[in-house]
Write a protein that binds this ligand. Structure first.
Ligand code: SAM
Length: 201
């Protein structure tokens, strides 16, 4: 239980708030569950021998799964450095060899970073995985603008049908998965999640 001093300290410290209050990296979102299922079923065409970016990786499940499917290289990216630390810990707990998953907390959207150049061999085909990134209308618009610039990349989105999921035609549904009981319980009655393939319209 928190004492009064702890509460005061938390309410005055944004980093502590980020760490302790409902952290996005502290649990698995349905979006990454869909991506995990989809790439496990289609690893040969979506991941094998490719560069893979797990964008907005949170706890890092998509990156961890991708790392087992013979990618050329996998990078997890999240602007929350606690999430980046969580990916490292979760990877280790799940037997991923140290260093197998590259990590970056850079904001890749709108700052001119060329995604393919983050990888050792930028000429390899690129897959971008986006799990549950459409939870907020403003961020959804930023993500869609950024995805539109990722020419040549194979892009997959996992989403349970949140309010900010774009309905503008770029996202083609490729699969739907039942959520396991734990994810149903922690997601207010959601029962399934979809995997979409992004293409420019
Ligand atoms: C809803 S969580 C999804 C996490 C994970 N993909 C999953 O499905 O379990 C969204 C994540 O987006 C991250 N995020 C927000 N803005 C971002 C940005 N500009 N670039 C990268 N990650 C970002 C947050 O820190 C958070 O970890």
């Amino acid at each position: 239980m928190l004492g009064k001093l702890d509460e005061e300290r938390i309410s005055n410290d944004r980093r502590l708030q980020k760490l302790l209050i409902d952290p996005f990296w502290g649990y698995l979102w349905p979006g990454s569950y869909a991506l995990h299922k989809h790439i496990r079923e289609h690893g040969a065409s979506t991941i094998k021998h490719r560069n893979v970016l797990d964008f907005a990786s949170g706890c890092g499940l998509s990156a961890i799964t991708a790392s087992r499917l013979e990618p050329s290289e996998v990078i997890a990216n999240d602007i929350d450095d606690f999430a980046i630390a969580a990916v490292e810990v979760n990877a280790e707990l799940n037997g991923v060899e140290p260093g197998r998953i590259g990590l970056t907390a850079s904001n890749l959207c709108g700052n001119g970073i060329v995604v393919k150049e983050l990888f050792k061999d930028p000429n390899l085909p690129l897959t971008i995985l986006c799990g549950d990134v459409f939870y907020d209308l403003e961020f959804a618009a930023v993500v869609m603008e950024w995805l539109a610039k990722q020419e040549g990349a194979e892009i997959y989105v996992g989403d349970p049908g949140r309010h900010a999921l774009p309905r503008s035609g770029e996202l083609e549904e490729v699969a739907e998965y039942d959520l396991p009981p734990l994810l149903k319980d922690s997601n207010n009655g959601m029962t399934s999640v979809k995997c979409f393939r992004y293409t420019q319209v």
